[in-house]
Design a protein around this ligand. Structure first.
Ligand code: P6P
Length: 335
């Protein structure tokens, strides 16, 4: 029964040259996640459900009260720590620079979706937090810059997510070691290692797609969807369709059981809906660390050179063989 804090400290022994700063940052994110978890669990009786006064964020989405709570919690915890120089958040148009001598010395910046799937909050369905950690490219001792954040996904140093579900889990991986999952024991307020060395099955039996978009996606995607739901020997469809309305919940199932998540572009969203920097890149980082694949339909997600904090991308991500099957369907269509 090893805690998240102890695990991050023990990882230091594997890398004597490590300064302990990444471990400290991950503990800070874990602390903020525990604080958000408390609020999420009592939202219905603490009057923090529903819309936040009709506010609309940079995404054009109506902000939920829990979005604002989660965003403020992560920003405040990381600002008061000493391991993060700044944040890009789904909820804020511009980067948030922690322009303080203690933070300017930090090597890391964080991009995050503080509360993914927040429309699920009112119906007690799963929600999550997604984060991506980069080493700064700007000069330490000075405020972080736009260039620190606009790095391609292959440059990520660590990434992870928190799933506020039937249990609350903290899952992260770094480029130096595997992906590990921790489950929160609410009675003591500690995350304990529950899923060491996570590996994504190379096959799967679920595909995660919202069929309300079926007629808006291109023919290549429809051919794969038809492959997935085709009946086999006149019996049930080949794969089960799931859609949690929360990427974190959908992807957590895929990390554990295999499967594939599809959020393609469509006529009304030519670049797709999901954000490259704090949804697709971190999930692609974890997926490849666990042996899976992540593409935008033409290239690896983590090869995309970003030009904007909030840019969107189509994404097809999950078990290696399923993504390969999708690509072969697409190739056949093109042929
Ligand atoms: P839609 C949640 O808002 C989210 O960012 C992902 O977690 C989820 O997979 C997707 O958008 C759902 O979006 O508009 O299809 O409900």
């Amino acid at each position: 029964m090893i805690t998240l804090d102890e695990f991050t400290i023990q990882q230091l022994r594997l890398y004597p040259q490590a300064t302990g700063e990444l471990s400290g940052l991950l503990r800070g994110i874990g602390l903020a996640a525990k604080m958000v978890n408390v609020q999420v669990n009592k939202a219905a009786i603490a009057d923090i459900l529903g819309e936040d006064g009709g506010a609309v964020n940079v995404q054009g989405e109506t902000v939920q009260k829990l979005d604002t709570m989660a965003n403020n919690t992560f920003i405040n915890v990381l600002r008061h720590g000493i391991h993060c120089a700044g944040i890009v958040s789904e909820e804020n148009e511009e980067m948030i620079v922690f322009d303080d001598p203690k933070n300017n010395q930090s090597k890391y910046v964080v991009l995050m979706d503080p509360l993914d799937g927040s429309s699920n909050t009112d119906v007690n369905a799963p929600i999550g937090t997604i984060f991506s950690i980069y080493r700064r490219v700007s000069k330490l001792g000075e405020p972080c810059t736009r260039e620190d954040f606009l790095q391609k996904g292959d440059n990520q140093f660590a990434a992870g997510y928190v799933l506020y579900g039937s249990s609350t889990m903290f899952v992260y991986g770094t480029r130096r070691h595997s992906v590990n999952g921790f489950t929160l024991d609410n009675s003591v307020g500690e995350f304990y290692l529950s899923n060491p060395h996570m590996q994504m099955p190379i096959e799967g039996k679920t595909y995660h797609f919202d069929y309300k978009y079926y007629h808006g996606v291109d023919e290549k995607v429809r051919s794969f969807l038809n492959y997935c739901n085709a009946t086999v020997e006149g019996k049930d469809g080949r794969f089960a369709n799931k859609n949690a309305g929360c990427m974190v919940a959908d992807m957590h199932r895929i990390f554990l059981k295999g499967g594939m998540f599809l959020y393609p572009s469509r006529k009304s969203k030519p670049n797709g809906k999901l954000r490259l920097m704090y949804e697709c890149n971190p999930m692609a980082f974890l997926t490849e660390l666990c042996g899976g694949s992540a593409t935008d339909g033409t290239r690896r997600i983590m090869e995309i050179e970003p030009t904007d904090y909030h840019e969107r991308t189509p994404i097809f991500i999950g078990s290696k063989n399923l993504v390969a099957q999708f690509e072969s369907c697409a190739d056949q269509r093109e042929a």
